[in-house]
Design a protein around this ligand. Structure first.
Ligand SMILES: NC(=O)c1ccc[n+]([C@@H]2O[C@H](COP(=O)([O-])OP(=O)(O)OC[C@H]3O[C@@H](n4cnc5c(N)ncnc54)[C@H](OP(=O)(O)O)[C@@H]3O)[C@@H](O)[C@H]2O)c1
Length: 322
């Protein structure tokens, strides 16, 4: 089968389209014929071996992950022993980042627990765009953020996967006023998915404004936590899904102190992959969520598309289909 293989850390030229052996499902695993996949932050970090914790997880000098790609949508071709939920022919999707990656290929074997059934009304490219970013947004807004109807929300880094899905999840939960912070070339697309206000981060620092928010969801975490606290309402919540590593440590270590002296809450999302895909399926079927798709591009284009993702110029989710 064809796959995008990572042999060493570096820039896009370390990724090569190669013929590799088609995998066989082990006990509890299914073989999925991949119809669509998507690029996300994992692939950008894995290709470069940075930030440093990536090397601690995935190989210090050389990547242990041979084929990157964390989000897949496809059809089950074969099931291993003791597979309970699925049978050949089932249409599935999921985030496979906790089971060795491998989405940039024609086939992958994964434990059945990493997958959910794809609703018929959801295309394969839509399904590939959802699992990772939708889980981060949902767990950030609802579990960590405890979003309530009528609240005023701001999403920082709003034009990518988490932001464009997050605004739709927030609106479905009754948030009235959702502000998105990103660069202005994404504003038309951001308004089309539900952002009421948009702020261009190259022109204005929202943490210096007089506007206050009940909930901030951050995909960039590129400022001190104390700057974010300035623009939270007295009982507001700041939730980060990721960003600059030193800033994330600052959130982690200052959290208990902030909770001791203030009613404001701060929190980090520790992603639980695929946990709420049933919720997303229902929301999708009810017309409450639709991913913004950048693409689809071809499997052979994955190296340059990872580079494109890293430059941040994509809108929504960068998707690949064949
Ligand atoms: N918590 C966990 O367990 C976990 C697991 C995996 C990943 N993650 C994290 O989840 C996040 C993924 O978010 P995503 O997929 O939505 O990312 P994304 O698609 O890259 O979107 C980020 C957006 O932020 C914009 N941006 C860049 N610099 C900015 C700035 N200074 N201020 C405001 N916006 C800015 C980018 O656009 P421009 O560059 O064009 O401006 C882009 O539109 C990452 O931080 C990743 O590390 C978390």
């Amino acid at each position: 089968m064809k796959a995008i293989v990572l042999t060493k850390y570096g820039s896009a030229d370390v990724l090569k389209l190669q013929d590799v052996e088609k995998p066989k499902p082990k006990e509890g695993e299914v073989l999925v014929k991949i119809h669509a996949t998507a690029i996300n932050d994992w692939d950008w970090c894995l290709m470069r071996g940075t930030p440093f914790y990536i090397r601690l997880l995935c190989g210090l000098l050389k990547p242990k992950i041979q084929i990157p790609g964390a989000e897949i949508a496809g059809q089950i071709e074969e099931v291993g022993h003791n597979v309970q939920q699925f049978q050949p022919g089932d249409m599935v999707y999921g985030d496979i980042s906790e089971c060795g990656f491998g989405g940039f290929a024609e086939y992958v074997c994964v434990p059945e627990t990493a997958l959910a059934l794809k609703p018929e009304c959801m295309s394969f490219v839509e399904a590939a765009a959802l699992p990772h970013a939708a889980m981060l947004a949902l767990q950030g807004l609802l579990e960590e953020g405890q979003l309530q109807p009528g609240q005023k929300v701001l999403i920082n880094g709003a034009g990518g996967g988490v932001g464009t899905l997050g605004v739709q999840i927030a609106k479905s939960m009754g948030a009235i006023d959702v502000t998105g912070v990103d660069s202005s070339d994404k504003f038309d697309m951001m308004h089309s998915v539900g952002f009421v206000q948009t702020i261009d981060y190259t022109q204005k620092d929202f943490t210096q404004s007089q506007e206050k928010y009940d909930l901030i969801l951050d995909t960039k975490t590129n400022r001190s936590i104390f700057q974010y606290l300035r623009v939270l309402n007295p009982q507001g919540t700041y939730v980060t899904v990721g960003g600059d590593t030193p800033r994330l440590f600052q959130v982690l270590f200052s959290k208990p102190i902030i909770h001791l002296f203030s009613k404001k809450r701060v929190s980090l999302v520790n992603l639980q992959p695929n946990k709420d895909l049933d919720y997303i399926n229902k929301l999708f079927q009810a017309g409450g969520i639709k991913p913004v798709l950048d693409g689809p591009y071809r499997l052979s284009e994955v190296p340059e598309m990872i580079q494109y993702f890293g430059r941040g110029k994509h809108k929504g989710k960068v998707v690949i289909n064949g």
